[in-house]
Design a protein around this ligand. Structure first.
Ligand SMILES: *Cc1c(COP(=O)(O)O)cnc(C)c1O
Length: 462
């Protein structure tokens, strides 16, 4: 399997190169040259364990990694999950809840980042070289990335978070990781300052090359690929259990990474009837799928912070398919978007932007109401991100067909919202044991030069 750029300016490359490059050199995103059709395999896939299914899926895409190595990588990546099914689906009332939060940081990003960390280590062993990951986080992604690469050979990770602006629990999930290759930097500034520092450092190409800097952002192809597995796993089980011929998925969405994986699973032949895209007040994607208008506005902070996003970094991959895999047309659209911060797509003959998608938004009041209602009536507590998805699913789903809602985080990560919604305190042993544990973190001024010199010092030490 070879990989191309959405913008058409890259000679086809192999899987391992696609993983290492992150973004394509022409500024586009990496995609497989063509998607495999797996319809004839679904009958056997429905009985596989999560790991065996992951091996089947990855083998189609990672054709430059020998199967026994891929198998070992998968075992290594998912034994860190605290549920034997890795991503189990449970029934709550009429809904099927796909629990993606059994990984080390209790959020769905672990599914991809546990695998990506092992994959980076494997590729570096094969090829030599080192990788210094630099990232900026407001909470979630940083801790999943740190847990993905802690203790790995030939990899360091530097994660900046804004001092005093990350929730204490989320900060603790990062700073309590004491492995020698993990560096937490608490920046005296905002999350935007952290992102600005990161972008400025990455734009210094000679610094980037000299210190072998890399990123683990959500556009990495291996992350999207890893996320396709649970769509197959859950849909096939729910279809077997209910006898249904297809399913609906509801996905709380920010950067469009998670729902893109569902879209690709559908394109590969999984019988998905609808993908329900749920946003919070930051509803650019919802507006797009309703009226074809993708126009950037201001970011609103909400109680589902991992969805507080305006420009969805993975959206370009979807658009590529939406314009009929025509990279010149896509390139022109992205150029217009870069200038005007807005792009438009015409509806089809039925007035729909894309019939596989439905979209809706849930605001803070609806989110809290959903958490309260399910906690009272079903004794099941959703985290605020999951609750947005459940709210929109209730509005948009079709009756008489199973609807699977992706549960993207454990509620114990968001104690304030849960307390407000249902006057309940939800805990998790992992978070409890963190409290009072030893931490390591350096405070650093809001300065590109100071962060650079810190990275330079630490990397040169080894
Ligand atoms: C990242 C995240 C999301 C959004 O996923 P995208 O791939 O960015 O759309 C939703 N919920 C939680 C808990 C997350 O951490």
């Amino acid at each position: 399997m070879k990989y191309i750029s959405t913008r058409g300016g890259m000679e086809p490359i192999e899987f391992m190169d696609a993983v290492m490059c992150g973004l394509a050199p022409d500024g586009g995103l990496v995609l497989p040259e063509r998607l495999p059709d797996v319809r004839h395999k679904l009958g056997t896939w429905k009985d596989l364990s999560y790991q065996d299914l992951a091996l089947e899926v990855f083998s189609l895409f990672a054709t430059d990694i020998p199967e026994p190595d891929l198998k070992a990588l998968i075992q290594q990546s998912y034994h860190t999950f605290r549920h034997e099914e890795v991503t189990p689906t449970v029934q709550v009332g009429n809904l099927f809840i796909l629990e993606l939060f059994h990984g080390p940081t209790l959020a769905f990003k672990d599914v991809a980042l546990q695998f990506l960390g092992n994959l980076f280590e494997y590729i570096l062993h094969q090829r030599g070289g080192r990788l210094n990951i630099l990232g900026a986080t407001s909470g979630d992604t940083g801790s999943a990335a740190i847990h993905g690469v802690r203790g790995k050979d030939n990899i360091n990770i530097f994660v900046m978070h804004p001092r005093g602006r990350t929730s204490p629990l989320q900060a603790l999930q990062m700073t309590s990781v004491l492995d020698n290759n993990v560096y937490n930097l608490e920046v005296e500034g905002t999350f935007d300052d952290c992102q600005h520092i990161m972008k400025t450092i990455f734009s210094d190409v000679s610094f980037k090359d000299q210190f072998q800097l890399g990123a683990v952002n959500s556009v990495n192809w291996a992350r999207v690929l890893a996320q396709t597995v649970y769509y197959f796993y859950s849909a096939l089980r729910v279809m077997t259990q209910t006898g249904a011929a297809s399913v609906q998925f509801s996905v709380p969405t920010g950067n469009f990474g998670d729902i893109l994986a569902g879209y690709l699973a559908w394109k590969m032949g999984l019988p998905v009837h609808t993908l329900i895209l749920a946003t919070n007040e930051n509803d650019i994607l919802c507006r797009f799928f309703r009226d074809g208008d993708y126009s950037v506005s201001q970011v609103h902070p909400t109680i589902s912070p991992s969805m507080d996003i305006q420009v969805a970094s993975n959206f370009e991959r979807y658009l590529y398919f939406r314009v009929g895999e025509d990279s010149s047309r896509l390139r022109a659209m992205m150029e217009t978007f870069a200038q005007t911060r807005s792009l438009q797509v015409e509806p089809d003959a039925n007035g729909s932007i894309d019939s596989i998608f439905k979209a809706g938004r849930g605001d803070t009041t609806s989110t809290l109401e959903v958490i309260r209602r399910y906690s009272l009536e079903k004794g099941y507590v959703f985290d605020p991100h999951t609750a947005v998805g459940v709210f929109v699913a209730e509005q948009q789903c079709e009756a008489n067909m199973p609807v699977i809602c992706l549960a993207t985080a454990h509620p114990a990560k968001f104690p304030e919202a849960i307390q407000e919604a249902c006057a309940q305190s939800v805990t998790h042993e992992i978070l409890e044991t963190l409290k009072g544990s030893q931490t390591r973190c350096v405070t650093i001024p809001n300065s590109v030069e100071r962060v650079k010199s810190y990275v330079r010092q630490q990397v040169s030490k080894v």
